[in-house]
Design a protein around this ligand. Structure first.
Ligand code: PLP
Length: 395
């Protein structure tokens, strides 16, 4: 007797905010035999990919890379720049700013928070006020998550830079660009960012497992005085290695993929990549704004000037778990959506629209959500997908 298993067929539509879709040509580039990481053939690939990451970061300064997910680069940013007991100012944005702050506390740092309503986002005047009030310059670093993946909110880094300058404060400017790099406009040198934290699995369209920090000259100077214990992430040790990065074996296959993903980004042109993200994000928001009718799910972010163009978080109506939508989308339609993190678990779901994505892929995900709302009798306005199509067909 044969048993049948109800496995979804067709390609999975991946609308997660990370990891993201890996383009076929990147998969092909990753799929190759091992090579010695000192082999000149590999060094050529490494150098090309390394220089490419700097171009995407828009920096001429230093870059250090790690075999670690984004958490590793977070840890590198703190331990390389700070000393036990140092005060830092964390700009609250949501789950990921909380986690970075928790990591800092675990390393014995004195964390000060500029807090906010997660749906509206921080008032930048408060960042300036907190720095202006620090007359002794006890605060050594300001930490900001550029794009809060957990809430779908983007923070204006140029305005935060201006607030630090207006307060005439010498603190280092640390930025997490994990879900913005390669998706949203980002300019490390122009915005005088001293340390940028990035990861492989979002806008760079690679598997998870590699992360990096871009560091300014001011950051390197602070590093020479920083006393937090470190080894695996130590920039000074890395500078002594032949490849000036990585402690330990270099993930060679990742570099073949990275070289290809940088080629794809530059073939499209970074400005066009950002414009594509803005367009797909706006189509997503138009759909959600229709679903919000009849007391349906609504945009979690209530501050239009802070909407994220790489991920949209959607707040469920009271009494309906977001797992209903996610489970139906995955089990019936083979569409993977992001869930709510931490205190937002069950309350929101997230549509990732970053990385290797086009209109039909997005519309497939939006259609699955709209069908899931209907099938679970969740109140909503009908016609969200139509609104997205209207927007995409005319913009
Ligand atoms: N920061 C942000 C903004 C993120 O979105 C994530 C992960 O999604 C992280 C940090 C943590 O990175 P990882 O999960 O790669 O360790």
């Amino acid at each position: 007797m044969s048993t049948t298993v109800n496995k979804p067929r067709g390609r999975q539509f991946f609308a997660n905010p990370g990891p993201t879709n890996i383009p076929d040509s990147v998969l092909r580039a990753l799929d190759r035999p091992s090579i010695d990481f000192h082999d000149p053939d590999f060094v050529e690939v490494y150098d090309a990919a390394f220089a490419g990451v700097k171009r995407v970061l828009q920096t001429k300064h230093h870059l250090f890379m790690y075999n670690a997910s984004g958490h590793g680069a977070w840890e590198a940013s703190l331990t390389n720049l700070l000393s036990p007991g140092d005060a830092i100012l964390v700009v609250e944005s949501g789950y990921f700013s909380e986690e970075w702050a928790n990591m800092a506390r675990a390393h014995g740092l004195d964390v000060h928070l500029v807090s906010c309503d997660w749906r509206r986002g921080v008032d930048i005047a408060q960042v300036q006020a907190a720095l202006a009030a620090d007359k002794t310059h006890a605060i050594k670093a300001v930490c900001v998550v550029h794009n809060e993946t957990a809430t779908g909110m983007m923070l204006p880094l140029d305005e935060i830079r201006a607030a630090i300058d207006a307060a005439k404060h010498p603190a280092l400017f640390l930025v997490d660009t994990i879900s913005s790099l390669g998706s949203l406009d980002f300019r490390m040198d122009e915005w005088k960012i001293d340390c940028v934290v990035g990861g492989s699995q979002k806008g760079l369209m690679l598997p998870t497992g590699m992360s990096f920090t871009g560091v300014s000259d001011k950051g390197m100077e602070a590093h020479s005085r920083a006393k937090l214990p470190r080894f695996y992430f130590d920039w000074m040790l890395m500078e002594k290695r032949a490849q000036k990065s990585f402690i330990g074996t270099i993930p060679v296959n990742m570099f073949f993929g990275l070289r290809e993903s940088i080629r794809l980004l530059e073939e499209e042109g970074l400005a066009n990549v950002y414009a594509r993200h803005t367009r797909l994000a706006e189509a997503t928001r138009r759909a959600v704004q229709v679903w919000a009718g009849n007391n349906g799910p609504q945009l979690y972010c209530t501050n239009p000037s802070r909407y994220s163009d790489s991920v949209t978080a959607i707040l469920m109506p009271e009494g309906y778990s977001s797992d209903l939508v996610r489970n139906t989308a995955r089990n019936r339609f083979n569409v993977s959506l992001g869930g709510g993190l931490g205190v937002l678990g069950g309350k929101i779901f997230r549509i990732g629209h970053l990385g290797d994505l086009n209109e039909p892929m997005l519309l497939g995900a939006l259609s699955a959500v709209e069908m899931a709302l209907r099938m679970n009798n969740i109140p909503h306005g009908r016609g969200g997908v139509d609104a997205a199509m209207d927007y995409l067909a005319t913009n």
